[in-house]
Design a protein around this ligand. Structure first.
Ligand SMILES: Cc1cc(Cn2cc(-c3c(Cl)cnc4nc(-c5cn(C)nc5C)[nH]c34)cn2)no1
Length: 288
């Protein structure tokens, strides 16, 4: 893959547009190739009128501002952006294996070694984000893509903000991943911090292993179960995985296991081997 030209100004004529890759609420994503270098990317096309009607221009500006300044193997790159009279174009990294949630639905649930590798990659990406005082706030399978080598890439920074933050944006979409402090902010400290992503990481771990979210129910019941931390882990989930889920899904944000501890958790270490010898041992175990 050659590098994208360091153009000051990008424009549509620089790209050959390929097949549609997907569509979101405010636009579509196409496979694209930059003509002079052959650089392959994903071009997200957003329509200005729809953004105005949806009152999400600020979110898109924030998505561009935040994601442009991130460079991590498990975070989808935003290489640049440009606009014409009607549309805004985001030049995004192309994730060769598409949307993680489609893989999850097809597999129903992931084997523990696969889930553990994904959660280790998520912890590494979130550690990088939190060091920059950015919280994603919308971690869920729908916002994760899979690269050519099976590595995951957090995408869609439309809901990310700089921490701490007490803005009460109207949330849309699933409640399943929201932490208690965003459901029912405590009057005194109605601030929430990047620890909201730790809760969502717990929900994601559960959903990878079980195939459904831990608090999935009717909207009213989901909110009540989240606020009380009411959930049970099925017996087929290993004791180590259950331990990590329980240490992330803690009502008090301050008491959630920090990302450094997640990376050293027995369940993660058991499945995420490092180093050549360990790699041979792992591949010798017939793992894909
Ligand atoms: C608007 C809008 C749509 C979406 C959801 N979405 C993301 C993509 C996408 C991106 Cl941003 C980057 N790389 C991708 N690679 C694929 C893909 C690869 N294969 C083999 N199959 C697919 C599909 N999709 C990518 C597409 N839609 N967010 O905002």
């Amino acid at each position: 893959q050659p590098p994208l030209p360091k153009a000051k100004e990008f424009h549509l004529g620089m790209f050959e547009i390929g097949k549609p890759l997907g569509k979101g609420k405010f636009g579509r994503v196409y496979l694209a190739r930059e003509r002079s270098t052959g650089f392959v990317c994903a071009l997200k096309v957003l329509h200005k009128t729809e953004l105005q009607q949806g009152k999400v221009e600020k979110q898109v500006r924030r998505e561009i501002e935040i994601q442009s300044n991130l460079a991590h193997p498990n975070i989808l790159r935003l290489y640049g952006h440009f606009h014409d009279s009607k549309r805004i174009f985001l030049i995004l990294e192309f994730a060769g294996k598409g949307e993680l949630y489609k893989h999850l639905r097809k597999a129903q649930k992931f084997p523990e070694w696969q889930a553990a590798q994904y959660i280790a990659q998520m912890a590494s990406a979130l550690k990088y984000l939190h060091k920059k005082h950015v919280m994603h706030r919308d971690i869920k399978p729908e916002n994760i893509l899979v690269g050519l080598h099976g590595e995951i890439k957090i995408s869609d920074f439309g809901w990310s903000v700089h921490a701490p933050n007490n803005r009460r944006n109207t949330m849309c979409g699933t409640l399943d991943y929201l932490p208690p402090e965003m459901i029912k902010p405590n009057r005194e400290e109605n601030w929430y911090s990047e620890k909201v992503d730790l809760w969502s990481l717990g929900v994601l771990t559960y959903e990878f292993l079980v195939g459904e979210a831990p608090f999935e129910d009717t909207p009213v019941m989901t909110q009540r179960r989240i606020a009380r931390g009411e959930m049970s882990v099925p017996s087929f989930v290993s004791a180590e995985a259950r331990d990590l889920i329980k240490r992330l899904l803690v009502l008090d944000p301050e008491k959630r296991i920090p990302l450094e501890e997640v990376e050293k958790h027995p369940w993660i270490l058991k499945h995420c081997v490092k180093g050549e010898r360990a790699f041979q041992r792992a591949s010798g175990d017939g793992k894909k």
